[in-house]
Design a protein around this ligand. Sequence first.
Ligand SMILES: *Cc1c(COP(=O)(O)O)cnc(C)c1O
Length: 229
Amino acid sequence: MNNIAEQLNGAYHNIAENCQKLGRDPASVCLLAVSKTKPVAALLAAYQAGQRQFGENYPQELQAKATEMAALTELEWHFIGPLQSNKTRLVAEHASWVHSIDRLKIAERLSAQRSSALPPLQLLLQINISNEQSKAGIHPDELPALAAAIATLPHVQLRGLMAIPAPDDSERAFALMAQLSKSLQQQHPGATELSMGMSDDWPLALQYGATMIRLGTAIFGARTYERNE
Ligand SMILES: *Cc1c(COP(=O)(O)O)cnc(C)c1O
């Protein structure tokens, strides 16, 4: 598991270096350690190396890990996968952030199920930025209406946008996301976050203003299996 600490330190180092070149403050970028399919031991190795923000894709896996690691109170869970109505409660109970909102109904359920004892759940709207038929996310045209509706919900806060561009489309996609983010903030000044960039394309995402980058493979190594829920 030593490897994880090394990869994590390497990632922070690279991010700082890229930020310096871009004239950005490294503190303006949050690195999410995407830990889906990885065992708690791997997350603990990252935690011991200083990592606090983790990204998970499957509601039951999030619940299991958050429960097992509940004593580590500074841990912050980000849910970044597809979310069905019948699983919203698990996410409302365990996550601090959800990056993959693409339907009002899901945001309404999360708001209704979020305990008022917890801080509001922080939401990002997922944009299907490469317009891929098989992919989650809303079309950019749907953004203003969905954002306005979500902004009225009591136990959630609209914080920004997320996208997963098609592999051959990252630069155009990141540029368009930067524009969408700017226009969203004119109506919703608190929606400042831009979650984009993964192990293969994060330096380019940083160039276009990403504030949250989501690294799985670069920290934990290749995933040996993918799940589908
Ligand atoms: C799995 C996943 C990642 C991490 O991908 P890597 O290529 O392993 O860095 C990032 N974002 C989302 C939404 C994911 O599902």
